[in-house]
Design a protein around this ligand. Sequence first.
Ligand code: AMP
Ligand code: GLY
Length: 432
Amino acid sequence: MAPQDKIDVLILGSGGREHALLKACLRSPRVGKVRVAPGNGGMALEAECLEVDINSGAAVLDLVRRTGTQFVIVGPEVPLAHGVVDVLEAAGVKAYGPLQAGARLEASKAFSKDFLFRHKIPTAAAETFRSLEPALAYVRQQPVPIVIKASGLAAGKGVVIAMNHAEAEAALRDMMETKVFGSSGDEVVIEEFMQGEEASIMLMVCGEEYLMLPPSQDHKRVGEGDTGLNTGGMGAYAPTTVVTPEVERRLREEIIVPTLRGLKADGIDYRGTLYVGIMVTAIGPRVVEFNVRFGDPECQVLMPSLETDPVEIMEAIAAGNFRSASVRLRPGSTIIVVLAAGGYPGDIRKGDVITLPTQLPAGVDIVHGGTKRLPNGEVVTSGGRVLGVVAHGATLAEAAKKAYAVVPQIRFTGCHYRRDIGYRQLRRDGAV
Ligand code: AMP
Ligand code: GLY
């Protein structure tokens, strides 16, 4: 490809997901200059970081024009929900990520439940409420455990699995009376509890055409053996064989195809990532939730699984001419172990200096999340999920061994991580 064919890219976001997207751009023969907004301490070592309100379409468009950017990759859900891609597209700027209408699948759980029911896609039974008293009356009639969800965006924290009626009532009061999630709790979804094992299904969607990336599994609880509080995700791996060939067949037929057909029927031209959180239950795969962007930390293990240049895939999707048959995947397993700040997922320590290894073994990489680079060059903690160690191997056991050999070489006060990332798959593989 001639150098003049290269495109300048802008990535929006500041987490581990966006650092993984940056690394994919830096590997891409298609990409000339890549900039990030706002970025983090790791991204600052590899690309120009710019300050801008990424949730304002006008501000992002202005930055695109000032920098001569030709392609924008939107990392997180909030700019998508604010319609940043709508503003860019209207101005003729190509961007990867769904329009605001599609982003509602994540921005409103009430909307996504209604979508699932209307298109007869398997999911938990649910009722939506806009006022407290009817919600309380309903929940008292339901069996427990029961799931209470704030409908709006709540940074992954708006879900309570109530083990008894007192917990369910307390959760409803917190969301609808005390407003612990602000207006995100104006509407609440009360949902049947589904028993099973979860998997993260990441689709790169272009209308009814889609690429399914290898099924992955997140580890949401802070403690080993899935104990303690929920987090954004303490580690992930891919592929996971909880999605057996039979589960995959049903997933495609009963969930993915009807979802993409349903979006089209509803007049939504969906182009971008669609993250389908599923529960593999005794009666088959069922939808837990939709997200409209890559998972974090799932993205960090999925980008390296693509042999085809991810930027080319994103460009084809943005242009509306993607064909999944052209994509090649890389064999093997990839893992990420997340290193979190002291206190996470509660009040966190910030500003602790991070010591990083000077050299990494082959097949191992470090992805930054909540880090900041100081003017003196030091990298310090600045968020809950600080860094992740990503490793690739022929098997998950090999990948895990490589990652856990590097994890102790990263040091900062308060650092904690799970020692059991991938444990379900390692058991399935007979590796433990
Ligand atoms: P969500 O934000 O909807 O993905 O919910 C966060 C987490 O809560 C999920 O990843 C599941 O672990 C759990 N969860 C949500 N809904 C249900 C459900 N209906 N049954 C069982 N677990 C659920
Ligand atoms: N890791 C879960 C998420 O990104 O929502």
